[in-house]
Design a binder for this molecule. Structure first.
Ligand code: PHB
Length: 398
């Protein structure tokens, strides 16, 4: 605890009295001011159908604070977590407004789904506070506010390498099946474009509703069309149901191969998906099996702190979101003015547990490696094992 009080004093003394090591009592009121907390309003789906996203991001953010200390550049970091239930943009917007007006947060963060990020964007613009989008993944999101910075990924970014891989690996005909909203439509468009340019043919494009989806009628149609492969995107939390129905409808038995984005084979769900995942090739920016020392340490610490829960890609979006904020505050010397934090975040680069990442200074979107992975049984559990990669992938836009 002492550290949290001492650090701001030390910083001011150093700045004011050129390397003096003593504490001047005259500086104490200033020191108290410098120790004002940086309040971070974290809006997450902690309940409802997408609660796993909230659980993962909260755990990752707390782990980051526990590992790096709850003080940065002399400022204690205070989290205020709000559950938006994951389905109502009006609720997310109201929570963002309350956090800014009543709680006086200096940063908004989280945002589990695209419509919820859209709803909060004007609040960030009006309040001039950075809005760190940790999960929502439709390409256009950062264009909704100059205060948005994204630390997760975009569907377009991870789908383009999958489309190229499929075209190069003897898959000639594909049907796409996506959730019918922003990220699904992005994935569909980018897959169709990339796969067609690679010489493949998209036989049909089908969209399932986001709310209460029943994939059975769509899968029956796919079985009749008998493409070489079915490309799937559903948001994290939905993958187990989609894969179960794929197996039950006998698509694999009919010779239709499944390919997907990593959202479908979410690490948080791999245990419940089980053998249905075996051999499925997917593309994504993070796998808990990513073979780096940093990632092994992250997965171990995350599991230790969360009763064995395996971190998924949303957790990494949250962990890196906190890292971005800590780095930005270090760069501004603890100044949490929105415009200064934004300026500090633009162009920032670091080694994440997922691999090298950076924030494009012009688009405020994340640039990262996208991996092609195959689901395999590793040490008693199914993991997405990376076997190919495309480096420095930018959001291609849609
Ligand atoms: C989104 O709504 O943008 C979203 C949510 C979960 C995902 C991907 C995208 O896995």
């Amino acid at each position: 605890m002492n550290d949290q009080i001492d650090q701001p004093r030390r910083r001011i003394v150093l700045g004011a009295a050129a390397l003096s090591t003593g504490l001047s009592t005259a500086l104490l009121p200033l020191a108290a001011l410098a120790a004002e907390p940086v309040k971070v309003g974290l809006i997450l789906p902690m309940s409802g159908p997408f609660a796993s996203t909230g659980r993962q991001i909260e755990a990752a953010v707390r782990l980051y604070l526990a590992q790096r200390g709850a003080t940065v550049a002399g400022r204690p970091v205070e989290l205020i977590i709000k559950d938006d239930g994951g389905v109502s943009p009006d609720v997310t917007k109201r929570l963002a407004q309350e956090l800014v007006a009543r709680d006086k947060v200096q940063v908004l963060a989280g945002f589990g789904l695209t419509p919820l990020a859209f709803a909060a964007a004007p609040v960030a613009t009006q309040a001039r506070v950075p809005m760190i989008v940790m999960a929502a993944a439709t390409s256009v999101i950062p264009q909704r506010s100059p205060y948005i910075v994204r630390t997760g990924f975009t569907l377009a970014q991870v789908t383009a390498p999958m489309a190229q891989w499929a075209a190069k690996n003897r898959i000639r005909t594909v049907v796409t099946l996506v959730s019918d909203y922003g990220p699904g439509i992005d994935a569909e468009k980018v897959f169709v474009k990339g796969f067609t340019e690679g010489g493949g043919k998209v036989v049909d494009t089908v969209r399932a509703p986001l709310r209460n989806p029943d994939y059975a009628p769509f899968l029956a149609k796919v079985r009749d069309l008998k493409p070489d492969a079915l490309f799937v995107f559903v948001p994290s939390g939905e993958g187990a149901a989609a894969l179960k129905q794929f197996t039950e409808r006998g698509l694999a038995a009919a010779g239709v191969r499944l390919i997907c984005t990593g959202d479908v084979l979410d690490d948080d769900l791999m245990a419940s998906i089980g053998p249905a995942a075996a051999g499925v090739v997917s593309s994504h920016h993070y796998s808990a099996a990513h073979p780096s020392a940093d990632n092994k340490a992250f997965v171990d610490a995350f599991q230790k702190a969360n009763k064995g829960m395996r971190p998924n890609f949303h957790a990494v979006g949250g962990y890196d979101g906190m890292h971005l904020l800590y780095q930005a505050l270090t760069k501004t010397g603890g100044d949490s003015t929105g415009d200064k934090l934004l300026a500090a975040m633009k162009g920032m680069a670091w080694t994440s547990v997922r691999g090298p990442v950076g924030i494009d200074a012009a688009t405020r979107d994340i640039v990262q490696t996208v991996y092609i992975r195959k689901a395999q049984l590793v040490a008693g559990g199914y993991y997405n094992v990376e076997f190919d990669q495309v480096d420095k992938v930018r959001d291609p836009g849609v």
